[in-house]
Design a protein around this ligand. Structure first.
Ligand code: UD1
Ligand code: CA
Length: 483
C-alpha cells in the first residue's frame, strides 16, 4: 500500500438494495456478472481495500440472493447486512445503515453497481478527503456518453453540486464529468445532513448527492476527485453492462500482458477476473478463459478455444477446443475440435486429438486418444494408444459403467468397449471389435465375424450390367436404373 491510511475508524457502506429496473432482469442488478464475477464483488473488494473496521451492505431487492453471494466470498471482515425495506433512494439507503456504521469517524459509501472503481481509486479518494479536511468528497469521472448519470457542476475548480439526469437543464446535460456513487464522509456531518435531504426532484427519491448541497449550505467544504475509469461507469442498463465489461476486459488483459503473456488479438480474447496465466504463454484470437482457470507457462491456447474452471499445465497446446472442469498435465495437447468435459485428467504429455470427447476420465502419461473417439468414465494407463473412432460404451440405458485400460495398451480403431470392462497391460484389441469381456494382460481380443472373399466379383458384376444394357430401349427408359 502506497500511504498508510489509519483505518480503525472507517466504516464502508455498500448500496445493493435497488431493483435495477432499466436492466429488465429477474436478477438483482448488483449480481450481474462482469468478467465472471458479480458487479458487487468488485465493489466489495474496493471497499475492503480501504481496510474499514465495519462493512455494511444495504440490501432489499433480491435480498436473499445478495446476502448469499456476499457470504460466499469469505471476506476478511464479517459483513453487516442492513435491510432498507422500501428503497426510497440512495440517501435513504445510507440512512438505513446508520446503526451498522456505529461510531466510526469516517464513512465510505459505494454503489454495488459501480464495479470499475478499484481499491486504488478509493484510497485516492480518502487521501484527498483527509488532506483537504472536507466534510464530503466524491469520486468523479469523464464519459463520452454521460447519459443516465449525475453531472458534476463546478464553478472553476469548485464543486457546486451534482445534478441527476432527470433534473438537469440542457446546459448541465452537456457536461461530461459524471459522479460515481463513491463518497467519503465525516460521519457526524453525514448523519446530520441526511435527515435534511428531501425528495424534491422529478423521481421523488432521496438523493445521496443532495447531501453535498446541504453541507455546502452549512458552509462545510465538499470536494470532488476526478479519476480515469476507462470511459464507462455503472451498469444501469444492458448497454452500460456491456461498456463496463469492455473496460474490465481491457484491464485484465493489460495485467496479463505486463506479466509476460502474449495476446495475438486482445479485442477477441475474454479472460475472467481471477484467471492465472504463466509467462510466455500465447493466447490466440477468439479465446475465452473463464472461472477458476489456471494456465501454465509456455502454452499455446486457441484460436477459438474456451477453457472453463480448468488447470492447464506448462507447455500445453489447446486448439479450437472446449475444456471444462479438466486438468492437463505438462505438455498435454488438445484438439483441434476436442471437447473435454468435467472430470477429465490428461496426464503429462497425453493427447486428446481431433473430434474427441472425453468425460470424467483419466488419460495416463503419454497416452493418446488422437481421433474421433468418445471416452467416458474411463481410466487409461500410460503410453497407451486408443485407435481412431474408439468408444467407451459407458451407458446401459440405466446406469454408467467404468472402463479400465492398462499401460502400453493398443486399442484398435473402432473398438467398442462395453463397460464395465477391463483391458490389461500390453493387451491389444482388433479393429472393429465389440469388447464385452475383460481382456487379460498381453492378450489380443478380437471380436469380428470371419471375412468372406468372393473372387471375380467385379468382373461378374460388370458382365451382368452389360447384359442388362442389351435389353430393348423402351423398357430401360421406363424402368429406370436398377441396383
Ligand atoms: C447514482 C447517483 C448518480 C451517479 C450514479 C453513478 C443518486 C441519486 N444518483 O445514480 O449521481 O452518477 O449513481 O453510478 O444517488 N440503491 C439502494 N437503495 C435505493 C436506491 C439505490 O440500495 O433506495 C443502490 C442500488 O442498488 C445501486 C446504487 O444504490 O447499487 C445506485 O442506485 P441507482 O438507482 O443505480 O442510481 P443511479 O441512477 O445510477
Ligand atoms: Ca447506478
Amino acid at each position: 500500500m502506497s500511504s498508510p491510511i489509519p483505518s480503525r475508524s472507517l466504516a464502508a457502506v455498500v448500496l445493493a438494495a435497488g431493483q435495477g429496473k432499466r436492466m429488465r432482469s429477474a436478477r438483482p442488478k448488483v449480481l450481474h456478472e462482469v468478467c465472471g464475477r458479480p458487479s458487487l464483488w468488485y465493489v466489495v473488494r474496493a471497499a475492503v481495500a480501504a481496510r474499514p473496521s465495519v462493512l455494511a451492505v444495504v440490501v432489499g431487492h433480491g435480498r436473499d440472493q445478495v446476502v448469499e453471494a456476499v457470504r460466499s466470498w469469505r471476506l476478511p471482515l464479517e459483513p453487516r447486512f442492513v435491510d432498507q425495506g422500501q428503497p426510497l433512494g440512495t440517501a435513504h439507503a445510507v440512512q438505513a445503515a446508520r446503526e451498522a456504521v456505529g461510531e466510526a469517524e469516517e464513512v465510505l459509501v459505494l454503489a454495488g453497481d459501480d464495479p470499475l472503481v478499484t481499491g486504488d481509486h478509493v484510497r485516492a479518494l480518502l487521501r484527498v478527503h483527509r488532506r483537504t479536511g472536507a466534510a464530503a468528497t466524491v469520486l468523479t469521472t469523464e464519459l463520452d456518453d454521460p447519459r443516465g448519470f449525475g453531472r458534476v457542476v463546478r464553478e472553476g475548480d469548485e464543486l457546486v453540486g451534482i445534478v441527476e439526469e432527470a433534473d438537469a437543464s440542457p446546459e448541465v446535460l452537456a457536461i461530461r464529468e459524471v459522479s460515481t456513487l463513491v463518497y467519503a464522509f465525516r460521519r457526524e456531518d453525514l448523519f446530520r445532513a441526511l435527515p435534511r435531504v428531501r425528495p424534491n426532484n422529478r423521481q421523488r427519491e432521496y438523493y445521496l448527492p443532495d447531501v453535498l448541497r446541504v453541507l455546502k449550505a452549512e458552509g462545510e467544504r465538499v470536494a470532488a476527485v476526478p479519476v480515469d475509469l476507462g470511459g464507462a461507469l455503472g451498469l444501469n442498463s444492458r448497454g452500460g453492462l456491456a461498456a463496463v465489461a469492455r473496460v474490465m476486459r481491457e484491464r485484465i488483459i493489460r495485467r496479463h500482458l505486463e506479466a509476460g503473456v502474449t495476446f495475438v488479438d486482445p479485442a477477441t480474447t475474454y479472460v475472467d477476473e481471477g484467471v492465472r496465466i504463466g509467462p510466455d504463454t500465447v493466447v490466440l484470437p477468439m479465446t475465452l478463459l473463464e472461472g477458476t482457470t489456471r494456465i501454465g507457462a509456455r502454452c499455446r491456447v486457441g484460436p477459438a478455444t474456451r477453457v472453463v474452471d480448468s488447470v492447464v499445465g506448462d507447455d500445453c497446446e489447446v486448439t479450437f477446443s472446449v475444456v471444462r472442469g479438466s486438468r492437463l498435465g505438462r505438455g498435454a495437447t488438445v484438439g483441434p475440435f476436442a471437447s473435454l468435459r468435467p472430470g477429465t485428467v490428461l496426464e503429462e504429455g497425453a493427447k486428446a486429438g481431433t473430434f474427441v470427447e472425453i468425460k470424467a476420465s483419466r488419460v495416463g502419461r503419454g497416452s493418446k486418444v488422437p481421433h474421433l473417439s468418445y471416452i467416458g468414465d474411463a481410466r487409461i494407463g500410460r503410453d497407451t494408444n486408443i485407435g481412431a473412432a474408439t468408444v467407451t460404451v459407458n451407458y446401459d440405458g440405466f446406469e454408467k459403467h467404468r472402463t479400465v485400460i492398462g499401460d502400453e495398451v493398443h486399442i484398435g480403431s473402432d473398438t467398442m468397449l462395453v463397460a464395465p470392462v477391463r483391458v490389461g497391460r500390453r493387451a491389444w484389441t482388433g479393429a472393429g471389435s465389440v469388447i464385452t469381456r475383460d481382456v487379460p494382460p498381453g492378450a489380443l481380443a478380437l471380436e469380428r465375424s470371419e471375412q468372406k472373399v468372393i473372387l471375380g466379383y467385379d468382373e461378374r458384376k460388370r458382365a451382368e450390367r452389360a447384359a442388362g444394357q442389351g435389353a430393348p430401349k423402351g423398357r430401360r427408359r421406363r424402368g429406370g436404373r436398377g441396383g
